[in-house]
Design a protein around this ligand. Sequence first.
Ligand code: HEC
Length: 188
Amino acid sequence: MRIILTLILMIILALAGLFVFINSGFYNVAASKPHTKFTQWILSTAMEKSVKHHAKGIKPPPPSDDSIIQSGFDHYNEMCVGCHGKPGLSVSELDNGFNPEPPDLIEEMKEGEWSAEELFWITKNGIKMSAMPAFGHNHSEEEIWTIVAFLEQLPKISPEEYKAMEDAAEGKRRKHNHEHGQEHEHNH
Ligand code: HEC
């Protein structure tokens, strides 16, 4: 009986201590201050295990063709490069000051760190307490699968090839704007 009471008292004291600590403002939330090794371990382990658990049961679509990869490139180039870089522009060159720092997806894809289902889940749902947004918020599942298809090609794409894809996309956009502009002129 005594032991149980002592244990309960200790738990109450520990919770009270935690409450005081949280309210004291002593914890430094500055992104510029790196996490301790222990916090780092908690966060990265929880993230990895959570993604692997939640991505179970997701069914990838059939293998993608060139038009799907092209569409994935358009999304990646518009929405991911600013944080994750691209062939010829590494995350460390971007130097955004995020904590955790967005990983270099070219390296991650080379290492085969994530399956297609896991990449889909991360892109759709984002990652709490990090800068990684949930793109499922305003993108369809089809669109997200195109991004996954592009990510799978990423390690094979040289900086020159990526640049060529960017130029082609820019050319298409200009052509579109031009046509759209002309349409406008007709209408008015
Ligand atoms: C505003 C910055 C930002 C943008 C934009 C962004 N990400 Fe992220 N992303 C992050 C951060 C930060 C992490 C690290 C999260 C962590 O480690 O907990 C991350 C992690 C990831 C991961 C997990 C990789 C790993 O090993 O940690 C994938 C996959 C990913 N992002 C894909 C994408 C894709 C695809 C896009 C574009 C559709 C994108 N991200 C756009 C910031 C961003």
